[in-house]
Design a protein around this ligand. Sequence first.
Ligand code: CP
Ligand code: NVA
Length: 309
Amino acid sequence: MKDFINIADFSAEQLKGLLAQAVADKKLFRAGKLPATCRGKTLALIFEKPSLRTRVSFESAIVHLGGAAINLTQADIGLGKREPVADVAAVLGGMCDAIAARTFSHETVCELAEKCPAPVINALTDYSHPCQAMADAMTAMEVFGGDLAGRKLAFIGDGNNVARSLAMLCAKIGMEFALACPEGYELESEFVAAVQAVGPGASFTQTRDPRAAVAGASVVYTDTWVSMGQEDEKAERIATFKTYQINRDLLAAAPKDAVVMHCLPAYRGYEITDEVMADHAGTIFAEAENRLHFQRTLLHVLIAEGGIG
Ligand code: CP
Ligand code: NVA
């Protein structure tokens, strides 16, 4: 596979292989022994939305591999406005060795991948955030020691892009996934059917009850109640989600060794309390750093090895 667009595009073996390689490469990198396999290669970065982690992790990762990043904002290139998406894809495919794109519409990233001869990576769309889910799984592997099969991830909050990628990844690697969300913010039935079709081991539940979701969970996860592009719904969402906060009271219903994860940016006092952020800062910031380590391995595999086989 040339591109990295959706978790669903890959087999359990491919995903587990990438995760194991990322954990191993991280150790090599820290020992100063990771080979620079992308010397002279360029990575084009397209961002229609703001970013800290994704942009810095991709820029750093390609530099660590001996290459360089070219950051293209919407003001620079006017993707789909100044120029059709297909033309941007063809031009960048002729000049660069990979594209990482963060777009509103998922179809835009899919079209880039279809029309670009070089690898295209989904750096978040309204639909999914696969690099985030992989870095999260890598973090959980480091915390719990390797195989995550049979463990449970509870996602408290919106059935959004991050929840979607985590749900699919959990199904693929044999983790139980439970989403606790208000009515109307569930993951859509078509997607749920796709998750359940992954295999008999795919355990997926949606509930209104955060305490039921966190019972037995190794990972308690949350994300903002108001994703980028939903700013107009902010007041309504804050009112709707107010009982879906990760706080110490909710964590009392989770196992003692459960870790809290957040993809960041975090809005303290809303989806997570200041106290819980402080209690679990070690895991949450390790998770952020793992964006770098996972994506460096991903760039190596897509650019230097020619794709995910
Ligand atoms: N988690 C994440 O993708 O962060 P950024 O939006 O800062 O890239
Ligand atoms: N769901 C959030 C994730 C931010 C990394 C958003 O799309 O804004």
